[in-house]
Write a new protein. Sequence first.
Lengths: 494, 147
Amino acid sequence: MQPSMRRPLHSCGRRVSSLPQASSDWFTAGQTTIEERLALEPNTNRARNVILLNADGNGVATNYALRLFAGQQAGGLGDDHVLPHETFPHMALVKTYTVNGQTPDSAPTASAMLTGVKSKNTMINVSEEVAVSDCANLPGNELTTLTQIADEMGKSVGVISTARLTHATPAAAYAVTVNRNWEDDSAVPEDCTAQVDIAQQLLMGMESGLIDLAMGGGRRHFVPAGTTSEEGNEGSRTDGRNLIEEMEALGAQYVWNDETFSDLSDLGNAPIIGLFEDSHMMYEHDRTGEPSLAEMTAAAITALSTNEEGYFLSIEGGRVDHANHAGNLHRVLTDGVAFAEAVQMAIDMTDDSETLIIVTADHEHAIAMNGYCGRGSDITGLCMGINNEGVENTGEPNLASDGKPYTVVGYLNGAGSVLIEQEDGTYSGERPEVTNEDAMDPDYLQQALVPMSSETHSGADVAAYAHGPYAHLLGGTIEQNVIFHVMHHAMTAE
Amino acid sequence: MQKLTRRSLLSLMPAAPLALTLPGRLHAQDAPIKLRDLYNRDMSFSDIALANEGARVTIAGFMAPPLKAESDFFVLTKMPMAVCPFCEPGTPWPDDILAVYTKRIVNVVPFNVPLETTGVLELGEYIDPELGFYSEVRLTDATYGRA
């Protein structure tokens, strides 16, 4: 530009209203977002209540797929949908690696969030000094949990999961174990005297007053072998004890299906134990005869709210993870929607002036998205072409170099591998042809690369979203154990 | 291909059982029955299952890793039976499976290869005297092949 043609420089920049794009809806929405963030004021009330919602395996990529699925189910294109937790003003990216795992499992991740320190894979609420399954070295290495601190403050404590209550995430609310698989006494080595099995620790938690409400699956771990539960399956305990009956003897209300759940007469009269399946509760897609995660959330908040000192409530959508392991995106996302409905239930039933809600995941999976897909491509379906003359996709699937269409979402490994074991033990194959209808079938497994019987977790980041007291302490990229410190600060702030 | 739903399949069904109205074995129907279509949501038998009891039908699914070598038995699952170390120590069977008793010794097919299995549909509780395997629905005298 010639010097004579230079315009005067304005140190304060142009007024946005003078920009040619200023009348665009995108532009005005962006301005509104800035105004909302400028108006944000930190909430420095002490948190009377803390709710930690964890969708197991719902990392950033899985949550992206969930956003599109929920939006498309609502009739939109999906991308612009806002999940309940995505309305929260504060969030952070969370690093989920563990002391010995670049890729974590759900035991040390739950421990990190409830104890404030990272530990080793497979163990729950145990110091990193101890080796996995090293029962003898457990004494002195047990970690104190946020639930214990809450209990000491006079708060009630509840734990809900669609997985077994003895599974890693819910167990972290009440158990200390050098091996997450020791869910009942049949799995604990005979020479281990420093701890009891996880199910028995839930009984002990109820007996001591630590746990006031627990709802989920896993009934078989509470019932002795040789006896059958309400649903006709055999228990797996070998010590002959029926922990459900022992809980009832403590005064617990026991519910085991949707009918008995709806008959819960006095939600303020803890303890309450709900065991709705012998193993995990059903996937949301298949659910029958069991309460939803949102229904359990509502019951728990109603029950725990009767304590004037407040409560801590751990809620897990446990089967987002399992469906990812299966490589079955449809059930990942239908369980994800059920989780989102539980988040909305928690938001609706609480006051953010006194209740801190954190929504997160414990880890991500080996899930990935293909491109370049046009708007409105079904998230469980094929990647359709981008429409150069409009908004919504062309309706024609993009083709890969092999001339075949491909789905929006794939997995890096798992049962959907296109490499199939041959009779000589080698693996080979090619991508099957797939239609949009095939891919959107609820039982379809997205194509994967590395052949494995179960798709794996990954070490990729998850997000944590928060609103309520001290939610603003979540920000930037944090270690997973920081979540404990946010909750603890909010609960104890002067 | 038109999606085969329970409703659309019922609409294809004349008074006589479907599989008996057509010749042939592997492709006796227009499309194989999906394993999930044998059950209602409450896990009771569907109308399709009840209508085809005793008939020779073809059902789509996957072969679960066999319980025993050199056997004439395998379990058909609606999805590949992924074994997740963090989901199911002890790995209980899903509710919606199909026990398959084959004509010949089973030639094992990898767990994630789609199959079409044809046999006589039997309903009702049965405990395998040798394996102790409990089933509520079975295909007997069955053959199978890759879909």
